[in-house]
Design a binder for this molecule. Structure first.
Ligand SMILES: C[S@@+](CC[C@H](N)C(=O)[O-])C[C@H]1O[C@@H](n2cnc3c(N)ncnc32)[C@H](O)[C@@H]1O
Length: 218
């Protein structure tokens, strides 16, 4: 994404903190471009779990992806900001709601995304959430996850530090609880389709990976 597009999206978010965060995120993190690559060919609706400021949805619209997108997050401030920003930009088909993903998921058949939120869940909550999310992937659809992976690397240690910092600065409501391993994703998701795991850290020092579950077409 070029600098003009980045500034245009960042300007949709009120307050200096969110504006700077969004611009920095779009400049340094390959996350949303990776989602664009995974979802570009699909016309299925997207359910974004832990949507935060709704940046994925707004980014995908800026890239010409027009499917309905529903984001949910348990942080009311972020959900309200996402709703206001999408409305201010006049973007249609984006909805955001206040919801704790630990209490279950809304009905949905399509693509599902879970980006950078699994670390807030216990192992049991992660397994439950992944199973519920995978069961909402429609034929030909994908569950696209980004997560830090628990392993022996320095990147993993930096990931934990980064998440602790997000908590002490009040950017996140909770600190990290547990990080899944590569084996966890294969074990939990394999019954639902094909699982592919690749590094996705771009210019960041974190141990982030992209996990893609593909559901075969009917
Ligand atoms: C690191 S942010 C990622 C935001 C967004 N997915 C993105 O990548 O732009 C993690 C988000 O998960 C949300 N979250 C954490 N636990 C949650 C839960 N139990 N239910 C819903 N959202 C949750 C947080 O409020 C936060 O917005």
């Amino acid at each position: 994404m070029n600098e003009v597009e980045i500034r245009k999206i960042a300007a949709l978010f009120p307050g200096q903190w969110d504006t700077h965060y969004v611009a920095a995120k779009l400049r340094t993190d390959p996350l949303y471009s990776a989602l664009e690559n995974e979802l570009r060919e699909s016309d299925l609706p997207l359910l974004d779990l832990g949507c935060g400021l709704g940046l994925l949805a707004i980014f995908l619209r800026a890239k010409g992806i027009v499917v309905p997108i529903h984001g949910l997050d348990y942080d009311v401030r972020k959900v309200n900001t996402a709703t206001r920003s999408a409305r201010a930009a006049g973007i249609e088909g984006l909805t955001f709601s206040h919801h704790d993903a630990r209490t279950g998921l809304p009905a949905h058949q399509g693509n599902v995304s879970i980006l950078d939120i699994l670390q807030f869940f216990t192992p049991t909550e992660q397994e439950t959430l992944l199973g519920r999310a995978a069961s909402r992937v429609g034929p030909g659809g994908k569950l696209v996850i980004r997560s830090g992976l628990r392993d022996q690397s320095m990147r993993f240690k930096i990931t934990v530090l980064g998440d602790l910092l997000a908590k002490v600065t009040f950017w996140m409501k909770a600190g990290p609880t547990h990080y899944p391993t590569v084996e966890d994703f294969h074990r939990i998701l394999k019954p639902f389709g094909t699982v592919k795991i690749t590094p996705l850290w771009g210019g960041t020092p974190f141990n982030n990976h992209l996990i893609v579950l593909t559901h075969e077409s009917a």
